[in-house]
Design a protein. Structure first.
Lengths: 393, 464
């Protein structure tokens, strides 16, 4: 089976430029607006910025995870989806720039930078600003390198249609996934767990990863539905593929809940003061309501929405579920970061809206720019026909 | 003989059924194993297993009649071989459910050649595991106290104890695994019935085939039942080892209380189970001539899963160590230093070598395609995963918070022979299984072959 000839395989220039212009304006506009917030309340800005940054970073690492998992399992069904993931992952180097303000604001955000408590000082060999900055740069360089190598190798295959490229990408994905697992874990320890420097949890890296893979699936689903709405790729990425994305979102929604429950439950049950502090903060005042909304919003609602077969094959419902998941993935990041700043209760600031939207539209703008005029499916992949003919059950 | 690829061009996958098989030849091959006269090796193997089993029964009888003091348990090491062996066997069982349920949901068709075998292994491993909590009760005749039966003593089970959840989880798991296995067996039992000459054999297979006639309506119900059971078994298998991990992790003991335990134990269980599948499958496929059904591709996939899950447990080991330091709790730090460099340090390094280092050889295709190498590694992993449980349980207990209550655990001969006895039970059941039940899911492999032939024809037509 060939790619359907009546399907537009790349974003046509004029419309693509309009989309790009829109995204850049949105990103710059909200970015500049957020600068006002920086001037007026630097501490709030630091925390809102960290929330937005970890949200965007999780979408990038989640995307990279999906690319490599599809390579390593030699998946056939998902080939038509892979280029969209690859294009998004090419925006990862942007995070290197976005990481600079994290380091600059670190003294306002991370208590361990200034703390003189004995228990915090004991960790100084790990929790110190230069090492924190270097580690962050290393994680981001690794992710960017992996993403760019995989994406460009895949693009080159468009012309050559060389099966050996697939083998090379598969081979690189095995060590790639190991490196990704370790760097994501330690990134989550550094950026999120160390907000409470006396608290630790061995499952924290898995928790962050679980959220990131379901969030990036939701983003992919929304991107596909967006392209479909604009009239692109409709005959290439079909209901069959969306159905499978729905199944994966369903499965990993449960996985996230499983990990979140394991962490909460074991700490609650053992009831050790050094561990419960984290959840006491999140069950005090209006944070309790937000914790419940997370359990309902990131687990129960998508769980019920994505269970019926007909819902997974219905674009509006699937799109709603994906948007919902992405929203609650952001709430999850907010829930991890903000209790440190606003221990008195949930205080949503306008920066909590402008910063993530500015960052997301920035990464999407870069993605759009890098993919203009190029095929949106890996046309040289030897498994493409398998993916085009795919039938979900 | 060259391997068949589907479709026959670059990017084609290695066919799952090799050697130009037809439906008829598959039926003859698999049914033939149970129909042929008993192979010469079977009786000696069976009698040996039975003897080993009787040793285990003897040990249990001695323990029940004398008391659990005949084991090496002491204070502070109140749990040792009993729980280690329980977790070891339960873990082995998990691969069967993973293959039959989770790989089914992920549409991994290669599972069809090994799922029957692995599910049987699950059932036997769960049977071995179930022995330990029962005999560890000491007064095994009071085991019904574990169930929430109202009783005159006004003693009611403590539902806040994870040990109670274990009773519920493991027994539910055993029942669902049995049902899942049996539902999958029905069409194949009917095949054996139809091939048997009139007589007792036909009656027995006929009884268990539940009147299966292969009608379209039967298949429709069967497929739906199978999908539903797969959907139910998937969360169930994860819950079982999650709850096993909670036996430890809900405590406040350094070395036991870690939030990563649930996924870490599940990954370890799958790892150990796949190792056992490989240990049994490598010789079995040769003995029963199944090389065209359980192909090199199947073995290679199992090796890859071993490598992946081995890395997952390695991730958990390293994360635990890092957090033990990072967390700053002196008891936690001590427990981990003691684990690696204390009196049981050798056990820790056996664990790391077997579980994390030895599977690394599977980065090489040569190792993934050479049966004897994978057999050796699978034995290492079995040993390593046993030691993992031993290390977690014993090293966390033996050096208590106060040095005055430190101690050591040394297994007694009863401990050791009881453990050996469980292997007797496992292999006795296993030998009965291979003799009387189709060891490959015949109807499912036929479906794979049918798809394969269909695709080949499609490609040939397109080429001509």
């Amino acid at each position: 089976m060939k790619v359907s000839s009546n399907d537009q395989l790349s974003v046509p220039r004029p419309r693509g430029w309009r989309l790009l212009f829109g995204l850049i304006s949105l990103s710059l506009g909200l970015g500049l607006l957020s600068m006002l917030g920086l001037a007026s309340n630097q501490r709030q800005f630091g925390f809102s910025y960290l929330t937005g940054f970890t949200f965007i970073a999780s979408l990038g690492t989640g995307t990279l995870f999906w690319i490599m998992i599809h390579h390593i399992t030699d998946a056939g069904w998902s080939v038509v989806l892979r280029r969209l993931l690859e294009n998004y992952s090419k925006s990862l180097p942007l995070l290197l720039v976005l990481f600079v303000p994290i380091v600059m604001n670190a003294e306002l955000v991370y208590r361990w930078t200034t703390s003189v408590e004995e228990s915090v000082l004991a960790k100084q060999s790990w929790l110190n600003l230069p090492f924190f900055a270097i580690r962050g740069a290393i994680y981001l360089l690794i992710w960017s390198g992996l993403a760019w190598w995989l994406a460009t190798t895949s693009s080159r295959q468009d012309a050559t249609a060389d099966p050996a490229s697939s083998k090379r990408m598969q081979g690189a994905s095995a060590p790639g996934l190991i490196v990704l697992a370790l760097t994501t874990t330690y990134a989550s320890f550094d950026w999120l767990m160390s907000l409470e420097p006396t608290w630790s949890s061995t499952i924290f890296g898995v928790y962050f990863w679980a959220g990131s893979i379901v969030g990036s699936l939701a983003l992919l689903t929304l991107a596909i539905l967006g392209l479909h709405a604009a009239g692109w790729l409709r005959n290439t990425i079909r209901t069959e593929h969306l159905h499978d994305l729905g199944k994966l979102m369903f499965g990993f929604t449960i996985f996230w809940a499983y990990i979140a429950f394991s962490q909460y439950f074991l700490i609650w049950y053992a009831n050790l003061p050094e561990e419960t502090s984290y959840f006491i903060a999140r069950r005090t005042g209006s944070w309790n309501g937000l914790s419940w909304s997370l359990a309902i919003g990131q687990f129960l609602v998508p769980f019920l929405l994505l269970m019926p077969r007909t819902f997974k094959r219905n674009a509006p419902i699937l799109g709603f579920a994906a948007a919902w998941i992405l929203l609650f993935h952001y709430v999850d990041m907010y829930w991890l970061v903000m209790p440190t700043l606003h221990s008195e209760g949930v205080r949503v600031h306008w920066l909590d809206l402008t910063i993530p939207v500015a960052m997301l539209s920035g990464t999407l703008a870069l993605t759009t720019w890098l993919s203009l005029g190029k095929p949106l499916v890996p046309v040289g992949d030897p498994r493409l026909s398998e993916s085009l003919a795919f039938h979900s059950s | 003989m060259s391997e068949i690829h589907v479709p026959a061009r670059p990017g084609g996958r290695v066919a799952l059924v090799q050697g130009g098989q037809t439906f008829g030849s598959l039926t003859n091959l698999v049914s033939g194993i149970t129909e042929a006269s008993t192979p010469k090796w079977w009786w000696p193997a069976f009698l040996t297993s039975l003897t080993v089993l009787s040793v285990g029964v003897g040990m249990a009888a001695y323990l029940i009649s004398t008391g659990i003091g005949v084991w090496g348990l002491n204070s502070p090491v109140g749990w040792a071989f009993d729980i280690t062996n329980f977790v070891f066997w339960i873990g082995i069982g998990h691969a069967g459910t993973l293959i039959s349920a989770i790989l089914f949901l992920f549409r991994q068709k290669w599972r069809t050649s090994i799922n029957r075998f692995a599910e049987a292994m699950t059932l036997f491993a769960v049977a071995c595991a179930g022995i330990y909590p029962l005999i560890h009760l000491g007064r095994v005749w009071l085991m019904w106290w574990l169930f929430p039966a109202p009783n005159a003593n006004a003693i009611y089970p403590n539902f806040r104890s994870p040990l109670m959840w274990d009773v519920a989880a493991v027994s539910t798991y055993a029942i669902v695994s049995l049902l899942f296995w049996y539902v999958g067996l029905i069409p194949d039992l009917a095949t054996l019935r139809d091939r048997a000459a009139p007589g007792l054999r036909q009656r027995i297979y006929g009884f268990f085939a539940l009147g299966w006639r292969g009608a379209a309506r039967h298949w429709q119900h069967y497929e739906m039942a199978y999908l539903l059971l797969a959907g139910i078994a998937t969360p169930l298998v994860i819950s079982v080892h999650t709850i096993v991990s909670m036996d430890f992790a809900t405590s406040i003991l350094p070395g036991w209380h870690a939030t990563i335990f649930p996924p870490y134990f599940v990954a370890g269980a799958v790892f150990s189970g796949f190792a056992m599948v490989l240990t049994l499958m490598v010789p079995s496929r040769v003995i029963f001539g199944l090389e065209n059904i359980v192909t090199t591709r199947h073995l290679e996939n199992i090796c890859k899963i071993l490598l992946a899950t081995g890395l997952m447990v390695g991730y958990a080991y390293s994360t635990e160590f890092f957090i033990a330091w990072y967390g700053g709790n002196p008891y936690e730090r001590f427990t981990f230093m003691n684990r690696a460099f204390g009196p049981y340090g050798w056990a820790y390094w056996v664990m790391v070598t077997c579980n994390v280092l030895s599977p690394q050889i599977f980065w090489f295709k040569k190792a993934r395609t050479t049966p004897w190498i994978m057999f050796v590694i699978s034995i290492f992993v079995n040993i390593g995963m046993w030691f993992e449980r031993f290390v977690i349980i014993v090293t966390s207990l033996h050096r208590d918070f106060l040095p005055s209550s430190w101690g050591m655990f040394v297994p007694t001969w009863v401990d050791i022979f009881e453990f050996i006895g469980t292997f007797g039970l496992f292999f006795t059941l296993f030998l009965i299984f291979v003799r009387f039940v189709p060891i490959v899911a015949l109807s499912e492999v036929k479906a794979v072959l049918s798809d394969q032939n269909h695709e080949m024809q499609h490609v040939e037509r397109a080429a001509s």
